[in-house]
Design a protein around this ligand. Structure first.
Ligand code: ADP
Ligand code: MG
Length: 158
């Protein structure tokens, strides 16, 4: 069993969360999958903003979260999925697994999934899990980054 490396950060603002997102950009490549596990308003999209900007995506390209799937062209293709309010059945029926595999019309890219808890059937063995917890009555967030599987056994975030 590969060890699960994990890193914990506390951020005090949206910009600090974006900065953590930017550091994660250095640890990923096309084909990787990042699952975001957190409640509404925790900061998943904020984290994604920092991450995709560091991968060379113009911030203006970022759409509101009601879009289920969106691809950005950065240094690598980035598929940003948001399963909010979808059931596992709906997620599988829309072909979300195609983004994880790539091929055909979908370029192999980095896959970011908000509300990944909605469809555990889709979770690959090798993945980064990013859990964000609101520290009550503050703008502080506890962000835990966990590398799962052999590929991320030596994960470093810096
Ligand atoms: P989610 O995608 O998890 O629903 P968003 O990123 O869309 O959450 O929203 C998070 C909100 O919380 C934003 O309005 C952001 O400005 C605010 N916020 C305040 N403090 C933080 C922080 N430390 N990290 C991330 N977001 C924060
Ligand atoms: Mg969001």
């Amino acid at each position: 069993m590969a060890a699960h490396k994990s890193f914990v950060f506390v951020t005090r603002s949206a910009d600090e969360t974006r900065a953590i997102g930017a550091t994660v950009a250095n640890a990923v490549e096309a084909g990787d999958v990042i699952l975001f596990l957190a409640d509404l308003g925790a900061g998943k999209t904020t984290f994604v903003q920092g991450l995709v900007k560091a991968l060379g995506v113009n911030m203006a390209a970022l759409s509101p979260t009601f879009v289920i799937a969106q691809t950005y062209d950065g240094r690598i293709p980035i598929h940003h999925l948001d399963f909010y309010r979808l059931s596992a059945k709906e997620i599988l029926e829309m072909g979300a697994q195609d983004y994880l595999v790539g091929g055909g019309e979908i370029a192999r890219g980095l896959v970011l999934i908000e509300w990944a808890e909605r469809c555990r059937e889709l979770w690959p063995k090798e993945r980064l899990e990013i859990s964000i917890r609101i520290i009550p009555k503050t703008n502080h967030r506890e962000i835990k980054i966990r590398g799962m599987g052999k590929k991320f056994a030596n994960l470093s975030i810096n």
